[in-house]
Write a protein that binds this ligand. Structure first.
Ligand code: FES
Ligand SMILES: [Fe+2]
Length: 397
């Protein structure tokens, strides 16, 4: 088992620009340290406002060991809580989405209002004070339809990310979109291997034949996703549409627009739009918008749909990848889009990435593993992830 001192020592041996020492990818004690000291101090993409309809709608998910609950209150406000009862700590809501009028613990029926206040606790003594036993809140920030949450107070200031990203996201009106499809894939790999893979396209041209039809896989390793020769023309075209290109970045986030391959409208099997009622209508191809946050998410929005990828740690060598496809709420399944066309490319890409991450884990677990160097250009975003991680881990200590 690794003690705090061991973690400090190990972190000291981690070289910038290199993969981490082996225990960071497979050791239960390091994983436990991250789940208590790194993840809770970060902003996690938890879902979308459109997933929480009328008051009482909830979304429940577990990140690492932490069960979480998002609920829309009677006042329409979306609140986040630890999904842990204040009686004897049972998990209250099962994972998934649903609707309730009160939040009732299944164990002894302690009952909370939608704002987290405890309103009923049968058979407790008469002088028992309901106040002081409300659900523990988590911090929530809404960004143009996206819901980010932080489990504990020392998470970084959200304001710079909001200020930079909101103007990019606003034209897609994700607040009024709908989740057309959602998938969950379990990967037998540490969450950081999953994320390192998600932060580069060094592997894409050989591993993602479907993705590379539309996505500029050779130019997407850095903050700026572009073939330099086409960039000036793209920037000018976007300027005429009133769309900034960026990129803009902070230590734990980045956002920017990019051109897709020539003549391509969206990431689909043949590059043609797959949703007839778009999120953002434009006369010419507008490329993609990417926004990504450490530790665990990236999203792309195209004219016709948006795609979310979130890696949720499950164990030292297990990660759940949640993907969501958002379309305009006017778009009708079977009329304006089919799930198959909408999801084909990212589903193949996700499964290919699962195999890559699991294969990476097998190699990393062996006696022969030594931290290796990242490619400066092609793995710029992995280097950023690695820099963020080492800094966050030191802060967590
Ligand atoms: S643990 Fe929830 S009511 Fe007892
Ligand atoms: Fe990939």
């Amino acid at each position: 088992m690794y003690s705090r001192e061991n973690v400090i020592e190990l972190l000291g041996t981690a070289k910038p620009g290199h993969t981490l020492p082996q225990p960071f990818y497979n050791d239960p004690a390091i994983y436990a340290f991250e789940m208590w000291a790194v993840l809770p101090r970060s902003w996690l993409l938890l879902g979308f406002e459109c997933e929480l309809g009328p008051p009482g709608s909830f979304l429940s998910l577990t990140v690492g060991p932490h069960p979480l609950l998002l609920v829309r209150g009677r006042d329409q406000v979306i609140r986040g809580f630890h999904n842990t009862c204040r009686h004897r700590g049972a998990q209250i809501c099962p994972p998934g989405i649903g609707k309730l009028s009160r939040i009732v613990c299944p164990y002894h029926r302690w009952t909370y209002d939608l704002d987290g206040r405890l309103v009923g606790a049968a058979r407790m003594p008469e002088n028992f004070n309901l106040r002081g036993h409300e659900l523990s809140p988590i911090r929530i920030e809404l960004l143009e339809g996206c819901i980010y949450g932080a489990l504990s107070a020392p998470a970084p200031d959200f304001a710079p990310f909001r200020a930079a990203a909101a103007p990019y996201l606003r034209p897609y009106r994700l607040g009024g979109a709908k989740v057309a499809f959602e998938s969950t894939i379990t990967e037998k790999a540490n969450w950081k291997l999953v994320m390192e893979n998600a932060r580069e396209c060094y592997h894409c041209s050989t591993s993602h034949p479907e993705l590379k039809v539309a996505f500029p896989v050779m130019f997407s390793g850095g903050l700026r996703v572009t073939d330099g020769s086409r960039n000036a023309e793209y920037v000018e075209g976007m300027r005429k549409l009133g769309l900034a290109v960026g990129p803009e970045a902070g230590a734990w986030w980045h956002v920017g627009r990019y051109p897709l391959n020539p003549g391509v409208h969206t990431v689909s099997v043949d590059g043609h739009a797959v949703v007839r009622s778009p999120l953002l209508r434009a006369s010419a191809p507008i490329g993609g918008l990417r926004w990504a946050t450490e530790p665990n998410s990236f999203c792309h929005a195209f004219g016709d749909y948006a795609f979310m990828f979130a890696a949720i740690p499950v164990g030292p060598q297990e990660t759940r990848v949640i993907s969501k496809w958002l379309v305009s709420s006017d778009a009708q399944q079977g009329v304006d889009y089919t799930i198959e066309e909408l999801t084909a490319v990212w589903t193949s890409t996700n499964l290919q990435d699962r195999d890559l991450a699991e294969n990476n884990q097998r190699g990393v677990n062996g006696l022969g593993y030594r931290p290796g160097p990242y490619a400066q250009g092609a793995e710029e975003l992995v280097i950023r992830f690695n820099d963020w991680y080492r800094a966050a881990a030191i802060e967590g200590l």
